[in-house]
Design a protein around this ligand. Sequence first.
Ligand code: NAD
Length: 355
Amino acid sequence: MKLLVTGGAGFIGSAVCREIITHTDHSVVNLDKLTYAANLASLDPVSSDPRYRFVQLDICDRLGLDAVFNAERPDAILHLAAESHVDRSINGPAEFIHTNILGTYTLLEAARDYRDGLPSSKRDSFRLLHVSTDEVFGALGEEGLFTETTSYDPTSPYSASKASSDHLVRAWNHTYEFPSLISNCSNNYGPYHFPEKLIPLVITNAVDEKPLPVYGKGANVRDWLYVEDHARALLTILSKGRIGESYNVGGRNERTNLQVVEGICAHLDKLKPRNAGGQYADLIEYVEDRPGHDYRYAIDASKMETELDWRAQETFDTGLEKTVRWYLAREDWWRPLREKKYDGERLGVLKQNAG
Ligand code: NAD
């Protein structure tokens, strides 16, 4: 098959492109606008493969999308392009509305037109997988898990924009019989993660002996999934999932933010003891909490496990150690990002609280 991946220069999209080229016979067209979050260096392991192609395009550009569909004739779409950072959505929601809602709408319409023009043999197998987040379900208390039937209750500009796009995808399936599927995944981590997100921020700050920021008391809970497990899950859903269905993807790895940061520190103490002496955990600094910070997310991945026979291969501890080792070995990848695109400044604080 020829797969079109939107957002393939981002963290998860690049893992999907690497997975396709390395572990399947499919070819891939990576369509990406190249925002601040994109990094073509994340495709270096596969970019010279003849089955890989890159096209720079905004998913809001309808004419551009039509031209790419007609030139490339994809068999299926994995839609990952999005603005993805909750803290940035608090400071500037406009891009989130634009890309995540209008962009998804534009892609759906272009894909619907393209599919309608396909010969029936290709039309019948065409599908679009919309990649979404568990944040659309809102926050959990101490108990319970998100299932595919949990009601939507998004609370941040990011999660509200993703929830909107999920509703559009579902409506296109219901109204136009457009062959779509949705995945809702928990927090990802792993190699090639832009250093604004918790895990790479903490690792790269620690290497530079900078404070390790923990929001509030560090008590918020996330359910962590290694990015390569997510990439495998997406290809499984695309090939075996039922049209019109949604699938929750998670690794059954709940951790408080403080546990995550302490886990990183423990790996670093072992792999790269501090020159200055002491332990990395001494660098932890508690900072003002994120406004409206959802307390807990946790995924029930039973449907993926029983219906599609997928399960996460990494535990949080094995995946975190791999990730820390990767950042220690690949300073060439992250150092230019810290120097030129994001130097670790606090995002997502409201002006009236900023002091
Ligand atoms: P990312 O921010 O690392 O990458 C997003 C990519 O989309 C970038 O390469 C960017 O250039 C591209 N993009 C942004 N706007 C675009 C536009 N208008 N047109 C074309 N390309 C555009 O994000 P990520 O963490 O890789 O997340 C990918 C998808 O997975 C997103 O849809 C996100 O909502 C979803 N998701 C992420 C997580 C997570 O933990 N990171 C968890 C669940 C779901």
